[in-house]
Design a protein around this ligand. Structure first.
Ligand SMILES: [Zn+2]
Length: 180
């Protein structure tokens, strides 16, 4: 789990144990690395109707921007019609929240591909080792048939530059190699 600046607020607003899902690929949308981490799991939307999810909520804004005295109807879409007119594909401040009370969610069957940010490490093969670690974890979880792709960024994206500026410890944490 990646530490987030919203962690305290998530606890305060009762979201701490919920699962947040974005409707789009944020990295691709804003040409910046996704602060959640370098690995994107692409999940088929049919999980919403077939995956045993009994309820889902959609926020009207990023909970990080919620005030303590805002009302439920200011925080979440209240009806399908409200969602239909108030949500546009690409609105990444509006988040899908799957309450923890759903129990286990069968994301695995709906996972279509894994996209990993491509860094150009300084000769230490960090990226290649991260892919190997992901493949090994996939084998263990019996999802090794899921394709793992290297992210192709546009030339406007600054993610490689940002990864290069990171402390080695942080970089290793993001690429799952903190014990090495
Ligand atoms: Zn990028």
């Amino acid at each position: 789990m990646t530490d987030q600046i919203s962690d305290d607020k998530d606890k305060k607003f009762g979201l701490w144990r919920d699962i947040f899902v974005d409707g789009i690929d944020i990295h691709d949308r804003i040409n910046k690395r996704n602060l959640y981490g370098p690995v994107l799991l692409c999940i088929d939307t049919s999980v919403l109707t077939e995956g045993g999810i009994s309820s889902i909520r959609v926020t009207k804004s990023n909970p990080q921007n919620w005030s303590s005295n805002s009302q439920e109807e200011e925080r979440y879409f209240q009806t399908i019609d409200e969602f239909k007119y108030g949500y546009n594909y690409g609105d990444f401040q509006k988040m899908f929240v799957i309450p923890n009370g759903n129990g286990s969610i069968k994301f695995k069957e709906y996972l279509r591909k894994i996209v990993v940010d491509y860094i150009i490490p300084n000769g230490n093969q960090l990226w290649e080792r991260a892919i190997e670690a992901l493949k090994a974890a996939g084998k263990e979880s019996k999802i090794d048939h899921i394709p793992i792709e290297k992210r192709n960024c546009t030339c406007e994206c600054n993610c490689v530059q940002k990864y290069r500026m990171m402390q080695p410890k942080t970089l290793h944490k993001f690429f799952g190699l903190s014990n090495n």
